[in-house]
Design a protein around this ligand. Structure first.
Ligand code: MTE
Length: 318
């Protein structure tokens, strides 16, 4: 695809981890005398007291996959986001409040015994919620440690009853240009689409988050449900999912369709495989001034490396 304009993902080596720019903007707001309002916003702007699932949280913590530390501050996770549908910078959290997350229907189709639709609250009633603290590593080299609540992707796949010929699960974000302004830009291959091979989807670590920090997940973080695959770069973790399809063909995923030389289907974290325009050797935890070494599979190799032993010919790390 021809990229005519400079986009948020077109970072140079020095620009990866653009938190500095974001903080400068905040300083600007403060200088304009709006500091008190801006400081109050992160705690207030998306506290949705009407969310019918609020009583399900906090869920019981499952520590089987470790409890990485230190945990990232909630306000940072809620105010530093990638959600291109709402804008290409990191401060889309106000804009994202326009997303209506009730009613919310998820369509299940493709290679399944029987296609069906299910509302988010019916889905939540069927599955046991748990909390997991996972590392998250964005391809832009920032990272965070966050407590997600939700359920294993495997339980959702089992509910969908894919047929034996299904090789991939394909997840898509809501398409609603009236609410998501960037979806009016035809340069992007909307809707945001991601996919996993079936064995990845059935792996213990693959998770669907419906909550964050012991509450229903905020809109800017992907309400009401998003994928979480902590061993992969963060762009795999598709937000605000409205469809789940099973296919025997590998899907064209959002970033791969946009720029396949830089973003691939597998997207497993590997500090030794640089992005074409910057190193992936280190990362900057949100809220920290220091960079720390990035780990192979983001530190989750013991759970997932076996998935790739027969896939050595694939571009597993981009
Ligand atoms: N999902 C949708 N629909 N749109 C997006 O722009 N960005 C991805 C991923 N999921 C994105 C998305 C990227 S690049 C990252 S790093 C994570 O969401 C960021 O999640 P967070 O904002 O909750 O930290």
């Amino acid at each position: 695809m021809l990229i005519k304009r400079k986009r948020g993902w077109e970072l140079g080596e020095n620009q990866a981890t653009p938190e500095g720019c974001y903080l400068n903007r905040r300083e600007l707001v403060r200088a304009m005398g709006l500091g008190a309002v801006a400081a109050a916003l992160p705690a207030m702007a998306w506290a949705d007291t009407k969310d019918p699932s609020a009583a399900l949280y906090p869920a019981k913590r499952n520590d089987k996959y470790g409890i990485p530390a230190p945990m990232t501050e909630e306000r940072r996770v809620n105010t530093y986001n990638n959600y291109y549908e709402f804008g290409t910078d990191k401060s889309i959290y106000r804009e994202a409040q326009k997303l209506e997350v009730r009613p919310w229907t998820i369509k299940v189709g493709g290679l399944v015994e029987k296609p069906f639709e299910i509302g988010i609250d019916d889905l939540l009633a069927k599955l046991q919620l748990e909390e997991r603290v996972y590392r998250h590593r964005c391809v832009e080299t920032w990272s965070m440690v966050v407590p997600w609540s939700g359920f294993p992707l495997r339980s959702l796949v089992e509910l969908c009853k894919p047929t034996a010929s299904a090789k991939y699960v394909v997840l898509k974000t809501l398409l609603k240009p009236a609410v998501m302004p960037e979806q009016r830009d035809p340069l992007y291959p909307w809707p945001y689409t991601e996919g996993l091979a079936m064995d990845e989807a059935m792996n213990d670590l693959a998770f669907i988050a419906t909550g964050l920090y012991g509450k229903p997940i905020a809109k800017q973080n992907g309400a009401p449900l998003r994928l979480v695959t902590p061993w992969k770069y963060g762009f795999k973790s598709v937000k605000s999912i409205v469809s789940i399809d099973f296919s025997d063909k590998r899907p064209a995923t959002f970033w791969e369709a946009l720029q396949s030389s830089e973003y691939g289907f597998w997207a497993n974290v590997n500090p030794q495989v640089p992005h074409p325009r910057w190193s992936q050797a280190t990362e900057k935890p949100l809220g920290s001034d220091d960079r720390v070494p990035t780990l192979l599979y983001n530190g989750y190799g013991e759970f997932v490396s076996g998935l790739y032993s027969d896939r050595k010919a694939e571009k597993l790390f981009m």
